[in-house]
Design a protein around this ligand. Sequence first.
Ligand SMILES: Cc1cc2nc3c(=O)[nH]c(=O)nc-3n(C[C@H](O)[C@H](O)[C@H](O)COP(=O)(O)O)c2cc1C
Length: 381
Amino acid sequence: MIYPVLLFCVPTFPERDKSAFGYDIHGTPSMEGTFKLPRKQGYTLFQIIRRLAIGTCFFSHERDSEWGNLNLGSCRRPKYLRTRVRGVAIINLVNLNFSMSPAVGRLQQLGQRLRHSIMACGNTVPAAPWREAFLSHIEQLKQPTFTLSSLHSANPSEPSSTSHLVPRARTVVYRGMWASLAPNPKNSAQLNPTSFQTDLPTVTTDARMKKVSEMFTGSDPDSLSNVGGPVEAVFWFPESMTQWRLRGPIFMIGPDIDSAEASPVKEELMPYMRRVGTSEWNWSRELTAHFGNLSPLMRGTFRNPPPGTPVTQKPEAGLGLGQVVEDLKDEIARKNFRVLVIVPEEVDRVDLSDPERGRRWNYRLDRAGNGAEWSEAELWP
Ligand SMILES: Cc1cc2nc3c(=O)[nH]c(=O)nc-3n(C[C@H](O)[C@H](O)[C@H](O)COP(=O)(O)O)c2cc1C
C-alpha cells in the first residue's frame, strides 16, 4: 500500500538534508523516517517545499535502486503528519473540473499532481475487464460514433464561475484505442509498431472547436498538447442493445507532443500504455498516423473557416470548405489537427438485450499499492 499524506514537516527538515532538495520529490518517507527521492534534478527548494506542503508524498516500503534516500534524522513520522488522504479522495480531486472555481481549479491541479505522483511511483494499469466486450460491440457499428459530453461555462467572461456550468454534448467518431491504430491501406502515413496496448478511446478534432476550450480550460485556438478535465463518452450499440458510458479525464495530443512542454501529457498517459512489443514507438508518428487515417476530404476540414464563426465573416487565405488534403504535412491542416485521448476511470455498462432481465455493470479503476486495479460489480439495472 502507498498512503498519500498531507505533510507539514518541511520547516523541521534538518539543515544538513537540504542538499538533497536538488532531487524531484515524488518522495516516499519510509516507516523509519527516510525520504526516497528519484534522482531527477531540476527542482528549486521552493518547488520542493510547495510540493510537500500540498501533500504529494506517499509512504512506501518498496526499495528501488533508482531512488535515493534522504534521512530525516531525528524527526519521527507522527510529528509531521496531520491528515491522511485515502486513494478515493485523490480520485475525486482528479475528477474535479478546472472551470468550476479558482479554488476547485487549484484542487484539480493538486489532483492532477497527485495522479501524476501515483503514476510516477506506480506500475502500468492492467487491461480493463470491459475491454473485450466493448471492442466486440464497437465492431458491430458501421460508423462508430458516440456522444462526448463535457462541462461548459455559460459565462465566458467568468470562466471560473461555479454557478454557471452547463453541459455540452456532441457526436464524434471513435478512432480506435490510443496506440492501436488499425492498418488501413489508404493511410500513407508510417504506422507505429504494435508496441503498446491501451484502453483509451481516441477522437480526432479541430483545435479551433469549442469543445477544446471547454475541456481544456484556458486553452485557445493555438492550444497544443494538454491535460483536460472530466468527460463522459456515451456509446449505444443497437445490435447488442447495450449502452456504455466511459468517464474520466481527457488529454489532447498536438503537434508539440515530442517537446518537453508536452511531458505532463506523456507522463500521465504512459501508465495506461501496456508494453506488448519492444520496437521503438513515437508519439508524433502516432499523431501523423491518425491524420493519415482520415480521408483527404476529411483532412481538408482542418482547413475549414473557423468552426462556429458567422458565414458573413470572410475566411483567411487558405481556408475554405470542401478542400482535399493529400499532403500529410499540410501546414494549415496540421496546425488545427488534434487527437483527443479519453482515459476511462469508471465505466457503466447496461445490457437491455433481455427485456425480462436487464443487466448492468460498474467498472472502476481503483488505486491500490503502487499502481491501480480495476474492480467490477454487477448492479441492478
Ligand atoms: C456523425 C458525426 C460525426 C462527427 N464526428 C466528429 C469528430 O470525430 N470530431 C469532432 O470534433 N467533431 C465531430 N462531429 C461534429 C461535432 O458533433 C460538433 O458539431 C463539432 O465538433 C463542434 O462541436 P463543439 O462546438 O462542441 O466543439 C461529428 C458530427 C457528426 C454529426
